[in-house]
Design a binder for this molecule. Structure first.
Ligand code: FRU
Length: 447
């Protein structure tokens, strides 16, 4: 029998007390606080019921306050779900934009008919009390070649105008994004479409941002053909270089559990990415469902551009304040969860965590493989190709691991379900430091 000491409550990752979480929404810095909203089905750990937005805020990304379910479906234009969207601070208010999902009664396929996808905006001065909802775009405002899958507005400021990008599926089942512009955040005009052939049938959760002199379009495509070392999950997410044509699609994360990321800018100019540490329609499971909740967000990650313009991701520097005890890495050592491991690696290396999962780098391939079916929830193996690997940073929480290779050149995230809160580390080909970590502080202040 499996004796459980671990209740899988995360210590470093935001997760709901009960119910189901998916995409991060409305990420922003406003009024002296970071705001993290998320897709939330509060009553069902499997995501049934209409989606709402839950809300956490924090001044330092370490001490969070949960203020409750702040946007619920309550007008005809969002009656089947307050779907994903974004936030932008302007005129001393936080302006939130989301997709109001509508499913009409009748005999519909909900792709070419029967679905309303309204862009709706609200404002808030405190992050949780919302103004009246205002519909700014409806199905008839989208180009004729679109199906009724158009959603997930991301809004940003570009010089003197505001821009919005929406994810879409065309009637010929190609993913693309629609670009709109506005001078006042209320009236929106179609500008242009961006797409590329053979990149799946739908692009969800788009984001557009610049770092240095380069522009990037992030999307979460559905329908990419699976390959041995790319697009291994049911759905993918990654970014294009978008200085002109869309080129060089690169996955954000090659692990089992990552989807629908969104970015925002901190007041000191850092680009931060948070993803959903989960995916819809997965062939594996999360045993927290039996305990009443499912899924968490990734830790906030700082995104920077390498010399060649490709993007690197590392946990926000604020997370270093959680470091407690530190010890040199020693083969066979045990450590409580959560921990952070920071190592320089040899040409080849292996690391086993608690007998649950093994990582290795051999011949240009990093492999993450579960070695214990009880802890995997059906997850098996994920691979990532790198020309060489010199550095490993690992953030291990009570039921997840984020692996950052070569200063964030490749990242792999996975849930794992150890029965214990202590794990033994067995490795070869690395040296470095292990930090035990304090937990994030998360207070409940439901209004
Ligand atoms: C992505 C997604 C979004 C949608 C939301 C609904 O996971 O399908 O496209 O807005 O989830 O919860």
């Amino acid at each position: 029998m499996r004796i459980m000491k671990n209740n899988w409550r995360q210590k470093l990752h935001l997760e709901p007390k009960s119910g189901w979480l998916n995409d991060p929404n409305g990420l922003s810095w406003f009024n002296g606080c970071y705001h993290v909203y998320f897709q939330y089905a509060p009553d069902d750990p499997c995501g049934d019921g209409d989606k709402c937005w839950g809300h956490w805020c924090s001044t330092d990304m370490l001490r969070w306050t949960y203020t409750g379910t702040v946007l619920v479906p309550d007008i005809p234009e969002d009656r089947n779900g307050v779907y994903s969207g974004s936030g932008i601070a302007a005129d001393d208010m936080l302006h939130l934009f989301y997709t109001g999902n509508v499913k009409e009664d009748g005999d519909h396929d909900y792709v070419t008919s029967g679905r309303g996808a309204n862009v709706i905006t609200v404002t808030t001065s405190d992050g949780h009390n919302m103004s009246e909802k205002k519909v700014v775009l409806r199905n008839q405002d989208y180009p004729d070649y679109c199906s009724c899958h158009v959603r997930d507005p991301k809004v940003w400021k570009d010089g003197n105008i505001y821009r919005m990008v929406l994810g879409a599926r065309t009637l010929s089942n190609e993913g693309c994004v629609l670009m709109y512009k506005s001078s006042d955040l209320n009236s929106w005009e179609y500008d242009h479409v961006l797409g590329i052939p053979d990149m799946g049938y739908m692009w969800e959760c788009p984001d557009f941002f610049t770092i240095g002199s380069h522009s990037y379009l992030s999307v979460s495509p559905q329908g990419l053909a699976h390959e041995e070392m790319r697009f291994q999950n049911v759905y993918s997410s990654g970014y294009f270089r978008a200085d002109g044509e869309l080129t060089d699609f690169t996955e954000w994360d090659c692990g089992f559990d990552f989807y629908a990321p969104q970015t925002f800018e901190t007041p000191d100019g850092r680009r931060i990415l948070i993803g959903w540490m989960g995916i819809g329609d997965i062939p594996y499971t999360n045993p927290t469902v039996e305990l009443g909740w499912q899924h968490c967000l990734t830790v906030p990650r700082e995104v920077t551009a390498a010399k060649d313009g490709s993007l690197l991701q590392l946990p926000v520097r604020e997370m270093r304040k959680l470091r407690r005890e530190n010890r040199d890495l020693e083969n066979g050592m045990t450590t409580p969860l959560p921990f952070e491991l920071v190592a320089d690696t040899d040409k080849e290396f292996t690391l086993n965590i608690g007998g649950y999962l093994t990582m290795s780098f051999v011949d240009g391939v990093f492999t993450l493989r579960f070695t214990d079916d009880n802890a995997s929830g059906g997850r098996t193996v994920r691979k990532a190709a790198l020309s060489d690997c010199k550095e490993l940073l690992l953030l291990a929480d009570t039921s997840s691991i984020e692996v950052y290779l070569n200063g964030g050149e490749k990242v792999l995230s996975t849930r794992f379900y150890p029965s214990d809160t202590e794990v033994k580390l067995e490795f070869s080909g690395m040296s470095g430091i292990l930090y035990e970590l304090d937990a994030l502080e998360v207070k409940l202040d439901e209004q």
